[in-house]
Write a protein that binds this ligand. Structure first.
Ligand code: PEP
Ligand code: MN
Length: 302
């Protein structure tokens, strides 16, 4: 018996009414319906979702002024567009480094002052949002917080663009419904970030599996820009260049990449050293991404 083809997770509703995400779906806005256009989100003057891929780079965590400023300068020199770095860190163990908090935010502000790079940094708790918004150009919501609904509501009111990372176990519908929590507060300046999902390969050759399909599916389902995090999606600095190019080829509008200083041993950072790439590798990725985006804009693959 022939069966109608099915999708693993069809859209919850084919129209806005009754959908768990009514404001962020592509067909909610006439200008985006039936095309592949993206609503550009501007972060500290940098457009995300336009024709130029955006590269956000920096340490996993702000550990000190010297470490952050050195990496920020190297990222700037490598061609990055924004600086990332956590001052409040969501750590799996309560015994691990939890971040420098306000001191970390002040260090990020100093790095922005010197390099001109806008800052992307995480808020973990609704009570931190006001403070993080004072310093950040874009507030990151980490994978673990994707369904922290009070936090989503608070960042929706903060007057800053939001980088919403996908939880490693979330479906596309759950992720867009989380984005909707921000949108219903009147904030449509949301950038989605695919950072790898949990699969049976976790702990062998990688930490997570980069879900390239969801990047292409999001381009169909929403007008929000989407970026890829090849660092958390692999957990291995050797896999980061391939994951970066693959993400862009799948339709991502940019990348967020963890970087370590050239002279630092990978075992030294308090957080995610082994997945952090060196500035020289970042420079190669930046150049490769920009030339591949130009090549595909000209109608051919690199
Ligand atoms: C991070 O960006 O450093 C981070 C903790 O990422 P995620 O929330 O995706 O695990
Ligand atoms: Mn990290």
């Amino acid at each position: 018996m022939s069966q109608a083809p099915t999708r693993a997770e069809p859209p919850a509703s084919s129209c806005a009414a009754g959908s768990p995400y009514r404001l962020v779906r592509r067909d909610a806005r006439a200008e985006f319906e039936g095309n592949r256009e993206t609503r550009v989100v501007t972060v500290g003057g940098v457009p995300v979702g336009g024709p130029r891929a955006v590269i956000i780079a920096g340490p996993c965590a702000v550990e000190s002024r010297d470490q952050t400023l050195a990496i920020a300068r190297a990222c700037r020199a490598a061609g990055a567009d924004m600086l990332r770095g956590g001052a409040y860190k969501p750590r799996t163990s309560p015994y691990d480094f939890q971040g420098l908090g306000r001191e970390g935010l002040e260090i990020l502000a100093a790095a922005r002052e010197e390099t001109g790079l806008p800052i992307v940094t995480e808020a973990l708790d609704p009570r931190q949002v006001e403070e993080v918004a004072e310093f950040a150009d874009c507030i990151q919501i980490g994978a673990r917080s994707m369904q922290n609904f009070p936090l989503l509501t608070e960042v929706g009111k903060a007057g800053r663009p939001v980088l919403l990372k996908r939880h490693w176990g979330a479906t596309l519908t759950e992720w867009l419904a989380a984005a909707e929590y921000i949108a219903v507060q009147g904030n449509l300046d949301i950038v989605l970030c695919e950072r790898g999902i949990r699969s049976f390969t976790a702990g062998s050759y990688n930490r997570s599996t980069l879900d390239l399909n969801v990047v292409a599916a999001l381009r169909r389902e929403t007008f929000l820009p989407v970026i890829v995090d090849p660092s958390h999606a692999t957990g291995d600095d050797h896999l980061v260049p391939a994951a970066s190019y693959a993400g862009i080829a799948a339709g991502a509008h940019g990348l967020i990449i963890e970087v370590i200083a050239a002279a630092t041993d990978s075992s030294l950072p308090l957080c995610d050293g082994y997945q952090s790439i060196r500035p020289a590798v970042l420079q190669e990725i930046v150049a490769g991404v920009h030339s591949s985006v130009e090549a595909s804009a000209r109608g051919r693959r690199p």
